[in-house]
Design a protein around this ligand. Structure first.
Ligand SMILES: *Cc1c(COP(=O)(O)O)cnc(C)c1O
Length: 335
């Protein structure tokens, strides 16, 4: 180890923290920066699930375009408060699969840890936007209960770090958590679900990749990109660093009306992801979470899109269209 190394990583460490602090939280400021004049009454104020957009992501939005596919994922609008029959606060039955503080055990072999409630970006369609994070994340000292549950359940061979966004925790905290998980000898894989390589690529520091490369398990990282425009040079660089650290990169997207509900847009996403070293995993049907009804895509449109994707993409670039249905033993394939 040369002595310059810790210093360099602490510099980039603070850069992503600075970016979090300078994220856009006021819709008017973001719209003004993008040169978009919009009827103020369309914007939801105050948004109960507040806006949050890192500048690195806002820079990829097209100036002057209210229909920009990245902007549309993050801008709080009044449509969120319209009555939406059939839409629920916990549409996927997370609460029913809670086994201990911060731990969801819904599917055989996999345990999901709610490591934190924090995210760098607030996606308007988020199925956990009403999740009671204050009581239900693992807590500052990482719930013993959750770790003991994993250690005492030999069928769990994969631990999934979720949230919130697990990469919002410092690398030091993540390492504390994985050190404690090592006592569960039956763990074979670690999976991390995160949007940070996309929305805050500076988070992929040397310190982070060195933690990942030195874990005792193979690591799968599922990034959540919905549109090819979310990739840029910085994202490519961050993903390349993750690949070099031996991480298997997958993408899951949500099918969202007005954002990616067109064959061409989705095909571009899958191809752009592959160019950055990422294979498609799931394409999720929208979870019917309160406030997200305006993103719903009809069953007919979904069927047409899947047919057209299969007709134009290499087989391995076609994502699996699934829905999360409360009470089912797996994410349900739709078509
Ligand atoms: C989605 C999910 C998983 C992972 O399911 P896969 O089909 O393996 O991706 C695990 N636990 C919970 C609670 C989930 O919601």
């Amino acid at each position: 180890m040369n002595s310059a190394q810790p210093k360099r990583s602490s510099v980039s460490q603070s850069r992503w923290r600075d970016q979090l602090r300078s994220a856009y939280t006021d819709p008017a400021t973001l719209l003004q920066t993008l040169g978009i004049a919009v009827d103020d009454s369309q914007i939801l104020k105050p948004a109960p699930f507040p806006m949050r957009v890192p500048q690195a992501l806002a820079m990829r939005m097209r100036p002057g375009d209210i229909n920009d596919p990245i902007l549309q994922q993050v801008l709080p609008i009044n449509a969120e408060t319209m009555p939406q029959p059939g839409y629920l606060n916990d549409p996927v039955g997370d609460q029913a699969s809670r086994q201990s503080r911060g731990l969801l055990h819904k599917y055989f072999g996999r345990a999901l840890l709610i490591t934190t409630g924090a995210c760098a970006v607030h996606c308007r369609y988020c199925f956990r936007q009403h999740f009671p994070y204050a009581q239900e994340h693992m807590g500052g000292s990482f719930s013993h209960e959750a770790i003991d549950y994993i250690a005492n359940t030999p069928t769990i061979n994969e631990v999934i770090l979720s949230g919130g966004d697990p990469l919002m925790l410092s690398t030091k905290r993540l390492a504390e958590l994985t050190d404690r998980l090592e006592k569960a000898k039956h763990i074979q894989r670690l999976r991390i679900h995160t949007r940070l390589p996309i929305v805050l690529p500076d988070r992929i520091t040397d310190e982070l990749t060195s933690w990942l490369a030195n874990l005792p398990w193979p690591v799968v990282m599922v990034i959540h990109a919905n549109h090819a425009q979310e990739f840029d040079h910085e994202v490519d660089t961050a993903l390349a660093k993750l690949k070099l650290a031996g991480v298997c990169l997958l993408n899951q997207a949500v099918l969202l009306k007005g954002i990616n509900d067109e064959t061409k847009v989705l095909a571009n996403l899958m191809e752009r992801g592959f160019a950055a070293g990422v294979l498609p995993y799931y394409l999720h049907r929208l979870d019917k979470v309160t406030g997200a009804g305006h993103f719903e895509v009809t069953d007919e449109a979904m069927a047409k899109i899947m047919h057209e994707l299969r007709a134009r993409l290499s087989g391995y670039l076609v994502p699996k269209l699934v829905a999360e249905i409360a009470g089912q033993p797996y994410k349900v394939p739709l078509l």
